[in-house]
Write a protein that binds this ligand. Structure first.
Ligand code: GLN
Length: 313
């Protein structure tokens, strides 16, 4: 199947925007000082299909730091480079059921793997990005995510510095993992590249294109360029479906029935395999760190567009 025609989607996206515009629940993240400055009113939606058509409303062109929405895309790069079996063996692909910054997640399993979509596994994932130095791995991350977006992504130095100056928790996770042999380079370098990765600037429109690239078997719909293999996309989407919204991932799949990924700056991307992607930007978050309006809009659109993967007819 494909997404409905542009006009039909446009009307639905406008309706979702109007419906949730006045929603005021949730709180903007403040544990990273620079994120606390985000405008809680900012609200953008973009729907993109696998043919390069995109429909955007509101603040879909407003840049924000990608944060955890970077995780599935960096995992895709690593999965593509190492192959899905080795990537799973070294990182783990089972949901932790725990908050994104959990240190207990590291102790859950005998082999001390976690999941690429929470901080511990994401730092481990970044440590596996091919490159002989931290500088090379950072370049590969930035170029790889830019290929997913179909344009060169800028880096927010202010957000990076702000997080780097209050990063004890991620540094602690990285050192603990290193003790178990589950970070695959110097742990401080891995944390630093991970923090840079989280500070890349995207818009809701970028996230929709990145999601549509996963939806389309790894081919970027804007550039026509292959970014990762179709097999990699299938694996990444499976991990997003089971672990994309931290400890709320089961509830998300129950309600929406699609792979998604959220981040603490308020971005959320959802993928409809073979069809396209929905991306939302709205900074106020629920208790788990997922955009409140992002979840509401995605649920609204996925129901009306008939995207739930578990619907039989
Ligand atoms: N950079 C953030 C952190 O490591 C990303 C977390 C998130 O978006 N959930 O804490």
């Amino acid at each position: 199947g494909t997404l409905p025609a542009r006009e039909a989607i446009g009307a639905l996206v406008e309706a979702a925007y109007a419906q949730f515009r006045e929603e005021r629940s949730g709180r903007v993240a403040d544990y990273i000082p620079a994120l606390a400055e985000a405008d809680p009113q900012a609200f953008g939606i973009c729907v993109a299909n696998t043919h390069g058509d995109a429909l955007a409303v509101g603040d879909a062109g407003q840049p924000f730091s990608i944060q955890s929405v970077s995780k599935p895309f960096v995992f895709a790069l690593v999965c593509d480079a190492l192959g899905p079996d080795e990537a799973a063996a070294r990182l783990g692909v089972d949901a932790t059921g725990l908050p994104f910054n959990s240190i207990m997640a590291v102790e859950l399993r005998a082999d001390r793997t976690t999941n690429p979509l929470v901080n511990s596994g994401a730092i481990a994932t970044t440590s596996l990005v091919p490159g002989a130095s931290a500088e090379q791995r950072w370049r590969a991350v930035r170029e790889g995510l830019s290929r997913f977006a179909g344009r060169e992504l800028a880096f927010d130095e202010r957000v990076y510095r702000s997080e780097a100056e209050s990063n004890e928790r991620n540094e602690g996770v990285a050192h603990l993992l290193r003790g178990y042999g589950r970070v695959y380079c110097d742990p401080d370098e891995a944390t630093d590249v991970y923090t840079r990765q989280c500070s890349l600037l995207v818009t809701a429109r970028d996230l929709a294109v990145m999601g549509a690239t996963l939806a389309g078997g790894g081919v970027n719909p804007l550039t026509g360029q292959p970014v990762v293999s179709a097999d990699t996309c299938r694996r990444v989407l499976a991990v997003m479906a089971t672990a994309g919204l931290y400890e709320r991932s089961g509830t998300w799949l129950y309600d929406v029935g699609l792979p998604g990924k959220s981040g603490v700056s308020g971005g959320i991307v959802t993928v409809s395999p073979g069809k396209g992607s929905v991306a939302v930007y709205s900074p106020p978050l629920d208790e788990a760190g997922n955009s409140v309006r992002g979840q509401l809009v995605t649920r609204y659109l996925s129901e009306r567009l008939g995207l739930n993967l578990f619907v039989s007819a």
